[in-house]
Ligand binder design. Structure first.
Ligand code: BGC
Length: 451
């Protein structure tokens, strides 16, 4: 049964006064201005120039032009009654070469955003790394080079000193399993590298950077609330067959536990002994301690669930994901199953770790083929999606899970990585020809919900 508040509506009051409501974005997906303001190239600038990498040859050179329009977009956030804004810093705006000379124009730009947020009563939440590594660092091996821990430390220190007097909510990495998996194993995201010999060092160095970033922020920023974000999906076996159940367990480790458990001090969970032996080659004495850090919250990013079958053909994992369009289930434009209970299940799973004291849903949302008709976007399916997922968040909260915030992905339709501009995730529609913004029905609903 649907939950309703005293006023007979499903609104924010059901979640309690201190629950954090917000909206999420990331630099490369919205900023544009790819070569303006002293910015260096990132791996996504380079990757989108390579033929065949992005659907329809799209790129993020302009995207939502947030770089020039942030003032108006922040006004929109205010108009929508959204009290918290999550955005990411582009490393190559701050350090065009990744290390060394600091670009003051980059610092000034983010200062303007932060100050404008505060002036409007919007709390800024910063993600330090949302996938746009400076290209010059990739030329030195990027995440496969252990030196990245020092490069990242330098970058985090600069941001902490520059913005930490006003920004108190920080996330170190955005979905490390996605940027290491898609970028260094499958080669479908920047920098387009493939195979275990790239993936395993990238994974281990990202695990170390995740903990290091938390330590650096905690040591520099007074009263900071520091966390990191993890892409999580509820994983289920295809049926009760034992082989399929074991395959689902292995996918669950890879998707949900690989970046979390080392941070908690539990070390790497084991998928397959031989894979662990390969990973161990990159682990130096003392790393187990360095992988752990004292964080304040875990950011959960959930969209869907995955159904898993045993497969002889996938090395070590011996598992395959059955795509949603093969299962006759409702799907979004990303071919992800619409399954609200997924968010409840991952909340229960993450909430069961004693070390986790606070969970924030740092992303949840859906892509649909929205169109503007008579200056309106009637995306009632997105409204329904958000409402149904939120019902499940509330259910978990009522059962005692420490979930204390929810951020919609995303404010604006934007550059959806290798998918280009086709999947629209925004609660605000963007016409990429004219840059006109139109609040969608889902945005109007969220505004009312938050009133
Ligand atoms: C990422 C976003 C992305 C969204 C939808 C998350 O994996 O953090 O950058 O746009 O999901 O795919």
């Amino acid at each position: 049964m649907n939950e309703v508040s005293k006023n007979n509506v499903f609104d924010k009051s059901l979640f309690g006064q201190n629950f954090k409501w917000g909206v999420s974005t990331s630099a490369y997906q919205i900023e544009g201005a790819h070569d303006t303001g002293g910015k260096g190239n990132s791996i996504w600038d380079k990757f989108s120039e390579e033929k065949g990498r992005i659907n329809n040859g799209h790129h993020g050179k302009i995207t939502c032009d947030f770089y020039n329009r942030f003032e108006d977009d922040l006004k929109l956030i205010k108009e929508l009654n959204i009290p918290n804004f999550r955005f990411s810093i582009s490393w190559s705006r701050i350090l065009p070469k990744g290390i060394g000379d600091v670009n003051q124009e980059g610092i000034d730009y983010y200062n303007k955003i932060i100050d404008s947020c505060i002036e409007k009563g919007i709390e800024p939440w910063i993600t330090l790394y949302h996938w746009d590594l400076p290209h010059e660092l990739e030329a030195k091996g990027g995440w496969t080079n252990r030196k990245i821990i020092y490069w990242f430390t330098e970058y985090v220190e600069i941001c902490a000193h520059a913005f930490g007097d006003r920004v108190k909510h920080w996330m170190v990495l955005n979905e490390p399993m996605v940027f290491t998996g898609a970028g260094y194993f499958l080669g479908v995201h920047a920098p387009g590298k493939k195979g275990l010999s790239n993936f395993l060092p990238a994974l281990h160095h990202a695990v170390l950077a995740q903990a290091q970033g938390i330590r650096v922020l905690k040591s520099i920023v007074a009263n900071a609330e520091v966390g990191t974000t993890i892409s999580c999906s509820h994983i289920e076996p295809y049926d009760s067959n034992l082989r399929n159940s074991l395959a689902a367990k292995r996918i669950d480790i890879l998707v949900n536990r690989m970046f979390l458990e080392p941070l908690l001090g539990r070390g790497y969970p084991i998928i397959h002994k031989k894979l662990t032996a390969k990973l161990n080659k990159y682990i130096l004495p003392g790393d187990e301690i360095l992988m752990k850090a004292d964080f304040d919250f875990i950011g959960i990013q959930n969209y869907t669930r995955e159904i898993v079958k045993h497969s002889w053909y996938t090395p070590f994992l011996k598992a395959k994901i059955i795509s949603a369009d093969k299962r006759s289930v409702p799907i979004t434009a990303m071919n992800w199953e619409i399954y609200p209970e997924s968010i409840y299940n991952v909340l229960k799973q993450f909430g069961s770790y004693a070390e986790i004291k606070k969970i924030i849903i740092t992303e949840n949302g859906a892509a649909f083929n929205d169109t503007v008709v008579d200056e309106k976007v009637e995306d009632f399916h997105r409204k329904e999606f958000l409402e149904n997922y939120l019902q499940q968040v509330l259910r978990a909260r009522k059962e005692g899970v420490c979930v204390e915030g929810y951020f919609v992905w995303s404010l604006l339709d934007n550059f959806e990585w290798s998918e280009g501009f086709y999947p629209r995730f925004g609660i605000v529609h963007v016409d990429f020809e004219t840059q006109k913004r139109t609040i969608k029905a889902s945005g109007a609903w969220f505004k009312e919900f938050l009133k």
